[in-house]
Design a binder for this molecule. Structure first.
Ligand SMILES: Nc1ncnc2c1ncn2[C@@H]1O[C@H](COP(=O)(O)OP(=O)(O)OP(=O)(O)O)[C@@H](O)[C@H]1O
Ligand SMILES: [Mg+2]
Length: 326
């Protein structure tokens, strides 16, 4: 009997590693529909490390489920590592999950087999894809994640941070283009979280793998260049961090906030901006040569007065007088 292992699907060079456009995911349970993704767009370039943040229920895990090939979107477009996630066959899906993406879950226990040592856990995906250079690859990964001293220990004999580094090594075993992690530091303290986030960044730098991390970790912005905020099933704002060197050679990190604009021209202003300028209902726009100005609508307060005046109009029945008219 010959075992046939599906090979990594061919990829288009120069395409971004993750490209989602107008992605929609509707869950229907017992006649109730939940629109978890409402036209989400996201582009992540090859080799980038991006954090995805957002309130509970905003659609982060739904997105990762789709990108990992475990779930299928209801509509829109999604391409990861050159593979179209909406049109792939069952066979292509298996190949995609084995070769194109790696996944790390929040629960340290969900990532690893409890009865296997660290080295055996890392070797498992290599056994499934019949890789011949298994022992060299395992040694390479143990070294890359700085866990060589853990190789013969079972997960229960490792710290939470070490378990997650073994999980990252396991996810990277078959050299995927993209590493996805859903709250990988959710069960760890601050020091261990920093270790795990740095391990992912280091793996990205050394292997060129693209990393997308979902997290609630407030220190995440210190570890990644790009943080994308997801709100109500859509990407809303982004923070990009850049390191600048001034004339005296001093390094300075600057953060710049951006808002995402979709193909229809829709954008969301950050909540803090809306609150500060008391923006609501509508805003005044002015097109300049190189930017668009947004001002509060000065007429809207007059509108409020008008609405109240309307209400007080003597010719109109007062609210309690309308009772008898119904
Ligand atoms: N299998 C499912 N069936 C029905 N509704 C679901 C399912 N999975 C998620 N949802 C709903 O979809 C929305 C998005 O959920 P999702 O798990 O993606 O959020 P999240 O951003 O990962 O939240 P958290 O930070 O709490 O993990 C929520 O309203 C959730 O209740
Ligand atoms: Mg989640």
């Amino acid at each position: 009997m010959t075992l046939h292992t599906p090979h990594a699907p061919p990829r288009e060079e120069s395409a971004p590693d993750i490209l989602c456009e107008d992605l929609v995911r509707i869950y229907s349970t017992e006649g109730i529909e939940v629109q978890a993704l409402q036209g989400l767009s996201l582009r992540v370039d090859s080799g980038d490390v991006v954090a995805l943040v957002g309130a509970s229920g905003s659609g982060k895990s739904t997105l990762l489920g789709i990108l990992s090939g475990l779930d299928t979107p209801t509509g829109g477009r999604a391409r990861v590592a050159g593979v179209d996630l909406l049109s792939m066959t069952r066979r292509q899906r298996v190949a995609y999950q084995r070769h194109s993406v790696g996944f790390v879950w929040q629960q340290t226990s969900r990532n690893l087999m409890p009865f296997l040592s660290a080295a055996e856990n890392i070797a498992l995906p290599l056994v499934i894809t019949s890789r011949r250079d298994r022992s060299e690859r395992v040694a390479e990964l143990l070294d890359l994640l700085d866990i060589a001293d853990c190789r013969d220990r079972r997960p229960a004999e490792l710290s939470g941070g070490q378990q997650q580094r073994v999980a990252i090594a396991t996810a990277l075993a078959n050299t995927p283009s993209v590493l996805l992690a859903d709250e990988p530091t959710g069960e760890l303290d601050e020091a261990m979280s920093a270790e795990v986030l740095e391990a992912m960044r280091d793996a990205s730098e050394r292997l060129g793998v693209t990393v997308l991390i979902v997290t609630h970790d407030p220190t995440i912005a210190e570890h990644v260049r790009r943080t994308v905020q997801i709100r109500d099933g859509r990407t809303s704002t982004e923070v990009l961090r850049r390191t600048l060197v001034d004339e005296s050679g001093q390094q300075r990190t600057v953060s710049q906030e951006y808002t995402v604009i979709d193909r229809a021209g829709r954008l969301q202003l950050p909540g803090s901006h809306v609150e500060r300028l008391a923006l609501r209902d509508r805003v005044r726009l002015e097109l300049e040569d190189d930017h668009v100005g947004v001002w509060p609508d000065e007429d809207s307060s007059d509108d409020d007065d008008l609405r109240e005046d309307d209400f007080r109009d003597e010719n109109r029945p007062a609210p309690d007088q309308t009772e008898g008219l119904r």
